[in-house]
Design a protein around this ligand. Structure first.
Ligand code: CU
Length: 135
């Protein structure tokens, strides 16, 4: 790191515009699916968009929403979620979630998993989620 850059970094630390709170996932088994949840806080004036999530835990990772049609509840893939400026967005059971499909290994209560969240404005954010049974 150059000295100039180091000085600039101290004077103007990068702002934490997007914060991820309370990431957790449900325990599950190899080859099965599970879901990841967290709260996205957007501290900036500008809206941001989560459009991709990467994980080594599963062969396929998608952003899902839950919907109801009459008595039927289902879930489906969405391309992104938008977090409005100065607002937060909660991924939670019965609502939006990150779907992990075809797990490469068992996820037991207390296990941790790393994820990379991709935002249009903020770029990449790495998080660690802990597996726990629903509270
Ligand atoms: Cu789903």
């Amino acid at each position: 790191m150059s000295i100039l850059f180091a000085i600039l970094f101290v004077l103007f630390p990068p702002e934490d515009k997007i914060k991820i709170k309370d990431p957790w996932m449900r325990p599950s088994s190899e080859k099965m699916a599970t879901a990841l949840y967290f709260v996205i806080e957007n501290k900036s004036e500008t809206a941001d968009t989560l459009y991709q999530v990467d994980s080594d835990l599963a062969e396929k990772v998608e952003i899902h929403e839950t919907y109801s049609e009459g008595e039927m509840m289902g879930m489906r893939k969405v391309d992104y979620v938008v977090i409005a400026g100065n607002n937060s967005f909660e991924l939670k059971p019965g609502a939006h979630h990150i779907m992990l499909m075809k797990l490469k290994k068992d996820i037991k209560d207390g296990d941790e998993g790393e994820f990379v969240l991709h935002f249009k404005q903020t770029g990449e954010i790495k998080i660690t989620a802990t597996a726990k049974k629903q509270n």
